[in-house]
Design a protein around this ligand. Structure first.
Ligand code: AHR
Length: 551
């Protein structure tokens, strides 16, 4: 059996009905039991904030197979498409309410001239891609991943967003273009019909009416590929780009600053101080944070990891919580009212090795239950900090790091992480409420024999009318967790559970076998109080709890 990565897996897995296996675990967990080892309390009267739909956002960069082969197949392609965009991708995305998509990078953004990607496609220039010199491309010919044909430009991207039902988030080139080019890009996207040369160019491509793009990232990783700036230098650039002369065209523009690399709180502190000193903080809507989780050595391969590789990666992903709170505290020193929110516009599990679907798919990483648990625990972290995080974008959409999809030619498959996004979609726009967790911690032996620990169950809850979504990850490789679930301030009327688990944590969905890791849903008997539920090992679960009407 070939996976999207071309990896051969043991044939026995071809006969495994993973969904059924997960369902059995679920069924085993319906009863009340005196053996519960864990407890979850949902505090309905302790709201955190509204879960911004934008927390469930995505990221598309001109990198490897993300755009060409992933999103864009071209209008003349034999692959089913809508105006050149892969139809299967649009359909699958619509089902999970993608909310926002960031484009065109990433590091690529600071090399990109938006003017190359507008006007008649046949006349657009071909340009050397930012990633062209990556060692992984050695030996490849003139592939679009190295020499960008610019077939997919601004109009194509904005139409893709419209098709998918997502808002666009454009990343502006700060390192190699002038602020004026940004204003002209804005003009192309947002100026009224007939008003400017940009609007005419847009109309000639078929869109007379403005796109009304709201989200604009001012550079990317300005501490690195975005210019190697010091925070004060970048703050000066930022001010040049966004203060005084940016036309609004009636849109509530939201500017996002290029924030820290992981835990670099000095970058945050010095940038905020520099902006506050020039009274420019009111021009900042969001502060970007990037965090890629990884496991070294034995866990570095996307599929062939061991126990330590499993837990190390989850622990690395779990750093998201402390990164959010650490930067938030520092932001407060200059922004006392916390007007500026965090935008985690790149996150995901980045594995060091994984065979590829195609050699031009840079950083492509096969996806297992390990990545799905990373997705679940990260989205839960965002929900728990709904008052601090206003946007998040998993990197990257297709054929790349923590992808929800693999695509090649006319083949297409969704990964286990896609199913997590589908399960968690009900949190979008709901009111996050506080939860309290108690469960036996998991432990393992880390690098050089060090004793390591992680929580035993974690998750988040949100409420919309009488519908409570409680999402939970169980990181334990072998132990189910039986938990009493108490809803303070409400009474449970009915419960439906959806669980994502696999027979083996190394299982993957492949083009040939696309449904090896898929969720299973079942109603849960709710007799008696508290509710007791058994969470399968190495799983992500959503409990959809309907509450009794309050008097
Ligand atoms: O997502 C891949 C790369 O990771 C992005 O281009 C960059 O912003 C980050 O370092």
């Amino acid at each position: 059996m070939a996976t999207p990565s071309g990896r051969a897996l043991p044939t026995r897995r071809e006969f495994v009905a993973t969904t059924a296996a997960a369902g059995l675990v679920l069924l085993g967990g319906r009863r009340r039991s005196r053996l519960a080892d864990s407890r979850i309390e949902v505090l309905l009267d302790e709201p955190i904030g509204t879960v911004a739909p934008e927390l469930y956002g995505h990221f598309v960069e001109h990198l490897g197979g993300v755009v060409y082969d992933g999103v864009w197949v071209g209008e003349g392609s034999k692959v089913a498409n809508v105006g050149g965009v892969r139809r299967a991708l649009v359909d699958a995305l619509r089902a999970i309410h993608p909310s926002v998509v960031r484009w065109p990078g990433g590091c690529f953004a600071d090399s990109y001239d938006w003017r190359d990607g507008v006007g008649p496609r046949a006349r657009r220039p071909r340009r050397t891609n930012f990633w062209a010199d990556d060692a992984a491309f050695r030996g490849l010919g003139l592939v679009p991943a190295k020499y960008d044909p610019n077939e997919f430009g601004t109009t194509e991207f904005l139409r893709f967003c419209r098709l998918a039902g997502a808002q666009p988030y454009l990343a502006v080139n700060v390192r190699s273009l002038a602020a004026r080019a940004f204003v002209e890009w804005l003009e192309y996207c947002n100026s009224p019909a007939g008003s400017t040369t940009g609007a005419e160019l847009r109309a000639a491509a078929g869109d007379r009416e403005p796109f009304g793009v709201r989200y604009w990232g001012i550079g990317n990783e300005a501490w690195g590929c975005g210019g190697n700036f010091r925070p004060e230098e970048y703050a000066a650039e930022y001010r040049r780009f966004v203060t005084w002369a940016v036309p609004r065209y009636g849109v509530d523009l939201a500017f996002i600053g290029s924030g820290p690399n992981g835990g670099d709180v000095e970058w945050t502190r010095r940038f905020f101080e520099a902006l506050a000193e020039r009274r420019s903080l009111d021009r900042l809507w969001g502060w970007a944070l990037h965090h890629y989780s990884s496991a070294d050595d034995a866990g570095a391969d996307a599929v062939a990891f061991d126990e330590r590789g499993w837990y190390d990666l989850l622990a690395s992903a779990d750093r998201m919580e402390s990164l959010i709170t650490a930067h938030w505290q520092v932001m407060r020193q200059a922004d006392r009212e916390h007007r500026v929110k965090l935008a985690v516009d790149e996150w995901g599990a980045w594995h060091r090795t994984a065979p590829l679907v195609d050699p031009s798919h840079l950083f492509e990483s096969q996806s297992t239950m390990r990545d799905a648990v990373v997705a679940g625990l990260t989205l839960d972290t965002f929900n728990r900090h709904a008052d601090k995080v206003a946007m998040a974008n998993v990197a990257q959409l297709v054929n790349c790091i923590h992808s929800l999809f693999f695509a090649h030619g006319d083949q297409f498959v969704v990964t286990p992480s896609y199913h997590v996004f589908a399960m968690y979609a009900s949190h979008q726009g709901a009111r996050a409420v506080r939860t309290v967790w108690a469960a036996p911690r998991v432990s393992w032996t880390g690098k050089q024999g060090t004793a390591q620990e992680l929580w035993g169950l974690a998750g988040s809850a949100s409420l919309r009318d009488r519908r409570l979504s409680l999402t939970v990850t169980n990181p334990a490789l072998a132990a189910p967790r039986e938990a009493e679930i108490v809803v303070r301030g409400g009474a449970i009327a009915s419960v439906r559970a959806t669980t994502l688990a696999a027979r083996s944590v190394h299982d993957v969905n492949s083009f040939e076998h696309p449904n090896v890791v898929t969720p299973a849903a079942a109603d849960v008997a709710t007799r008696g109080s508290p509710l007791v539920y058994s969470f399968a090992p190495a799983s992500v679960t959503k409990l959809e709890i309907t509450l009794e009407a309050r008097d």
